[in-house]
Every structure is written in C-alpha cells, then in structure tokens.
Ligand binder design. Structure first.
Ligand code: ACO
Ligand code: LMR
Length: 264
C-alpha cells in the first residue's frame, strides 16, 4: 500500500498549491469578487473563519486608529533615528517595531487577560485594581504619558462608540470603563488607553459574535493574538516615517548634549 512520508511542517491557514491561493479555504478570486477588506483577510488568516461585517469593520477601525501617533512615540522615534542612520526600510521598520511591548502598544493581550480574569471572577474594580497594586503589577490598558481624565484619548472614545452601536454586548468594555473610573479617582493620568480599549472590546467581540467557543476564546487570549493588531497597524505609520525621513534627506541623528543629565 501507499506509505505516507512524514511531514516536517503542519499548516492550517493557507494553501498555495492550486490554481489560486486560498486563505482558510477561501479562494483569492472570492476574496476579490466579494470585495473583502483587510479585516476579512485578518479574520481568515488569524481566526480561520469569516467574521460578520461589524467584526471585520471593528478590526479595520483598530488598524486605522493605531496606524500612527506622531513622531515622538517610542516606535516612531526609533524608526526615525534608524532611517537617519542610513538604514534600509526593513531595518528602520523593525527597529520601531522592537519597542512594542508591555509599556508601549503591546499591552493589549495582557489587558484582555487581566480584564477577563477579573470580570469572570466577579471582582469589583476596587478589588481588581488594589489586588494588582498589592502584586506590584501596573494595570495593563490603563495609563498614558499625555492623555488625562480631562483630555481623554479620542481613539478610545471612537472604538467604544462603534462597539456600543454595533456589538450585541459590551460587558467587558463596561467593566473596563468602571475600572477606569476607579483608577481616575486615584490619579488623573490613569485613563483607559487604546490598548485597554482594544483588549476589552475584543473580548466582547469574541464572546458576543457567537463565532467562538469558550475554549477558543481562552486559547486566543492565552496565546495572545491581540498585540498583533497594534504591530500590524503601527507598521503602516513606521513605514511612513521611514519614507518621510528619506524624502526629507535628514542627516544622521545625534541627541543634543543639553538634553542629557551627565552625572556620577
Ligand atoms: N496601573 C497602576 N499604576 C499606574 C499605571 C497603571 N497602568 N500607570 C501608571 N501608574 C502609576 C505609576 O505607578 C506611577 O506612580 P508612582 O510614580 O507613584 O509609582 C505613575 O502612575 C506614573 O505615571 P506617568 O508618569 O503618567 O506614567 P508612566 O510614564 O510611568 O507610564 C505607561 C505610562 C507606561 C503607559 C503606564 O501607564 C503603564 O505602564 N500602563 C500599563 C501598560 C499599558 O497599558 N501600556 C500601553 C499604553 S498605550 C500605547 O502605548 C498605545
Ligand atoms: C501611541 O499610540 O503610540 C500612544 O498612545 C503612545 C503615546 O505616547 O502617544
């Protein structure tokens, strides 16, 4: 009989062997003919299913809102310095991407993990926040360098408004808002940031869409898919900053002495 040679790789998201590539079983021609957008492609390649339009639109809004936040943030700054050092596009891009992490843009998964755990265990915002303080962990998704209680992040408001109008349930978002109300009573800088908004709202998307089992939601949160949204989105801006510096023919960057505290 036939002997199946053992394979070294298993892949379940795409297939390029036929006449046209397929994403999660959907042929490229269907993707084009049906006018799918980048949110649909993310649904297929990350979540291995077609999600309803309100979900794919939410994904696209996340990407548009997180594409850039000016030249001063960690990622753009690194990219600009690298481009000005004469490095190529990929080097400039990854140098910016490498700043994405627990403090900057990469707190979405942890925000989803902690908000989900606290909500599912029925913790009050007080119990949750004070519990985190006791453990010496900053609440992911809370806090911003320039946004304040009286100058909230417009991106957070836009995401929340969209979810209010389109999601069947926003229970995790409402919980995150209660957490923010409590943290703001402690300090004016402890606003919900865009990572916290996406983390909590994605929990609502996963739970409310009826497209994912409880086990699948746990797996998505545990593996940590959601920082991918920020990485993908911010790549758009970082590529833009690279082109901008090259177009402007900016020289090698050197930080001014006056801006360094030289001390022993
Ligand atoms: N939970 C609890 N306390 C906090 C938090 C938080 N999330 N954020 C700030 N604080 C407290 C700090 O303990 C500190 O108090 P202390 O000096 O008494 O220790 C004070 O607030 C510092 O405030 P800032 O100077 O305004 O903030 P900082 O620059 O230190 O931090 C940051 C900003 C990194 C965003 C912070 O709020 C944080 O770590 N948040 C959690 C991670 C996160 O959500 N990051 C994503 C940010 S959004 C984005 O990057 C797209
Ligand atoms: C961002 O989107 O880059 C930010 O929220 C971080 C910042 O400091 O503005």
């Amino acid at each position: 009989g036939k002997v199946r040679a053992p394979t070294h790789i298993i892949s379940t998201i795409s297939d390029d062997r036929g006449e046209e590539p397929c994403y999660a079983g959907v042929p490229m021609s269907t993707i084009v003919e049906r006018g799918f957008g980048v949110g649909d492609v993310i649904s297929l390649l990350w979540f291995k299913r077609s999600l309803p339009r309100y979900c794919t639109q939410f994904i696209e809004i996340c990407i548009m809102l997180c594409a850039d936040h000016g030249p001063c943030v960690s990622g753009a700054h690194n990219t600009i310095v690298t481009a000005r050092a004469g490095k190529d596009l990929v080097s400039s891009l990854v140098s910016g991407l490498l700043t994405i992490g627990p403090r900057f843009g990469g707190a979405i998964d942890d925000a989803a993990r902690y908000f989900k755990d606290a909500y599912d265990r029925g913790l009050t915002p007080y119990e949750f926040v004070e519990g985190m303080k006791k453990k010496g962990i900053r609440v992911p998704g809370i806090g911003h360098r320039i946004k304040r209680g009286d100058n909230k992040d417009k991106r957070v408001q836009l995401l929340q408004e969209y979810a209010h109008n389109h999601f069947p349930s926003v229970k995790y978002m409402e919980y995150a808002v209660q957490v923010e109300t409590y943290t703001l009573s402690k300090a004016n800088n402890l606003v919900m940031n865009v990572d916290g908004a996406i983390g909590s709202l994605f929990l609502d998307l996963l739970a409310g869409s009826g497209m994912f089992s409880k086990q699948e939601i746990d797996e998505i949160v545990e593996i940590g898919y959601l920082n991918g949204l920020f990485v993908l989105a911010r790549s758009i801006g970082l590529i833009g900053h690279t082109f901008d510096q090259k177009r402007l023919k900016q020289p090698l960057y050197r930080h001014p002495w006056e801006d360094v505290l030289y001390t022993k």
